[in-house]
Design a protein around this ligand. Sequence first.
Ligand code: GDP
Length: 365
Amino acid sequence: GFRCGIVGLPNVGKSTLFNALTETAAAQAANYPFCTIEPNVGQVAVPDPRLDQLAEIAKSAKKIETQLAFVDIAGLVRGASKGEGLGNQFLANIREVDAIVHVLRCFEDGDVTHVEGKVDPIADAETVETELMLADLESLEKRVPNLVKRGQAGDKESKIAAAVLGQALELLREGKPARLTQPKDEEERRHFDQAQLLTSKPVLYVCNVDEGDASEGNALSARVFEKAKAEGAEAVVVSAAIEAEIATLDPEERQAFLADLGLAETGLARVIRAGYALLHLITFFTAGPKEARAWTVHKGDKAPQAAGAIHTDFERGFIRAETIAFDDYVKYGGEAGAREAGKLRQEGKDYVVQDGDVMLFRFNV
Ligand code: GDP
């Protein structure tokens, strides 16, 4: 599955957000740095109103959302790249995630200690980024010279890796993240991805604001949005404290509570969706009387890979995919109507799956 790692300085609201996300009290939030030591992993359902529509049309007995994993990664402090605090563990955990959800404290609260002494989300973001850049810099300072040597000795793969990672190293030396590297072809791209640099992962900034700022954000979150825009990153405003409260309510109470705060949906729904977009993921559906279900694939994946998301046998024995675009499925009242209207397409192994496709796979066993 796909994993988003929640990072940030101590006391910015990571655990509160993670707990709300997973609706568990397992990772207890506490006003104390280092309270969560081991990474906690939570599988989170991706909210998608289209699934409700499909289930209603197909008269499905149940609905199954697709999921995204969130990992609460604690332990980042200034000096992490030097192995201070829980630095090494932190960096190892971050290496294993596909995207970074960076929580920034955009709330003032005299009772909650700020590790750097004042509330400044931009400075906090830079502290975290600096640690990640230093860690990448240190690892590339060791690896690139070796790759260059092996490349000069005639190893073709090392030569390609040396070129692309050399470019990343130059950027890091200038204080820029590795994600600005531009691999010149697929081979370089492959080596770059394999290097799993910390600063090559996509970033979503979560501005954690006080309850009163949850709908509009505040001056601090506005600065984070500017920063995100300049970097090509994403940002959302969330009040982790509100989300934690909402997580304890049942669905009807939830709607009323949100309406009172002037919110259309939970901040968590926005975080989950932004995480999904950050990873370039799309959803396709299967729908029948037994269940309506959402599945995740990468944007650009082809029909057999979508089949493989359901079962490896489906991918191996793939023959074709009977596909209906979501809008057609709704417009023609389901599979039979869409088929009659000529909107059920027979797609082969080169078909690129589109977000919202309702699919049925034909395969050999
Ligand atoms: P972590 O160290 O980043 O995981 O931070 P926690 O989630 O443990 O939160 C640290 C403290 O800040 C806890 O006492 C939380 O209750 C508090 N906190 C978290 N989010 C908010 C918020 O939006 N507003 C206020 N006032 N306090 C918050």
